[in-house]
Design a protein around this ligand. Sequence first.
Ligand code: NAP
Ligand code: MG
Length: 495
Amino acid sequence: MATTTSGIEHNVSSDTRKLLIGGEWLEASSGKTFETIDPATGDLLAMVAEGGSEDVDRAVKAARTALEDGPWSTMNPSERGRVIHRIGDLIMENAEELATLETLDNGKPFGVALAADVALAADLFWYMSGWATKIHGSVINPSVPYMPGAEFHAYTTREPVGVVGQIIPWNFPLLMAAWKLGPALATGCTVVLKPAEQTPLSALRLGEIMLEAGLPPGVVNVITGFGDAGAALAQHEGVDKVAFTGSTEVGKLIVNAASGNLKRVSLELGGKSPNVVFSDADIDAAIAGAASGIFFNQGQVCSAGSRLYVQADQFDRVIEGVCEAASNIKLGHGMDPETEMGPLVSQEQFDRVAGYLQTGIDEGNRAAVGGNALDGPGFFVEPTVLVDADASHAIVREEIFGPVIAAMPFDDIDDLARQANDSHYGLAAGVWTRDISKAHQLANKIKAGTVHVNAYHVFSAELPFGGFKQSGWGREMGEEVLSNYLETKTVIVGL
Ligand code: NAP
Ligand code: MG
């Protein structure tokens, strides 16, 4: 077992990581590398190949060859499904190692990485493996009114969209890779994956696992690097579709970059999700749900419940409860079993969240608990509840992506629905009430891709996930994600 500084023991290799192109591990053509660090200590974990546009080009060619020349495209759906299933199996066989990589690279607690990130990633591959054998078109009887008496046999087929570029963020590095790769593989596509610069290690390990599972060379290529590599992928003429998860700002750049060859685009972007507590709720459950809705994963969750609306007569009680939950959270290194919340992922993210804390105070909000970005080492921010928030404030309108919740009272369901929908985003929402009809009324009114009732942060491979409005295009997971990776062909035979 190797040891890093700061007293944290782990067995993660410090060897320089390479790019996965065409089944081989290669240096970047520029020869350049970059650092990936442990955000809890600032220590160097490993150097990683810095892929650029030349490497993206090589990877796209490898993905094209794998798509067109086989064996991927000539394997039958059952064989493809079994490879995908084996990826899930191997993720679980290597669960502790993957969770360690995730904790060290991202900062999240090891227990969370193991129980959530790794387990969900394996389950996503298992779920998607079953779809490989269930993708089919339909037989349709056409009327063709201007050709009376003519008879036709018509049917549709569903074909892989082709070579897919996938660009993912750093908040759930392995899981976001799984969400993207699972459906692309189930539909028979080939992929060039660009992980986030902050957290490249688990995607590279997944690359090894996929080869071990029997995925043919070139079916998945992994290009680590910065935003320029992502941009090269999004604009590449040899890419048929780009799937992106990250900020709404970069999502818009992806749309522009994709316009050159009108490649298909799906986007899973930011959010500013309302979590709503009615007076008639199980208040203790609502308090726990409001706290975990924002503090899970250090608040770095696109669907975090970052706007808390509490019916006025229970406002003080709920805020007190969420504040108490926040002050009990133990911050620390993710490998320490006592730790409940790790650091933010990077200096940049730390500065961004610290900036919002300052803006919040400047705009007249008050921290009922927390409010501080802590001195290093590590990028730790206190779990924070901001009150006296107004709908016009930046902390209510903009995605902070940190453990910071803005809390506001409301009077009735109409007032609440208007406030909840007063956002460019529409990713998720939570509703806490014992009144079943109120719950359904609000679920109907809220413009969001996911509405939780008496629950929050429920993710499962079967459930579609994605956004209304500027939270994105298309859905991840469930049957619905398959359409992101399929083209429909209509075949008409005159009889
Ligand atoms: P980001 O810039 O959107 O990064 C997401 C991915 O896009 C990364 O792989 C990134 O590469 C890549 N990228 C950056 N510029 C690109 C470009 N011009 N073309 C193609 N790809 C590009 O997000 P961030 O800067 O890491 O985080 C900023 C904010 O985004 C956060 O504070 C949060 O509000 C939001 N965010 C949302 C999600 C989500 O799940 N919806 C996830 C992460 C962040 P590099 O990282 O290597 O530069
Ligand atoms: Mg890192």
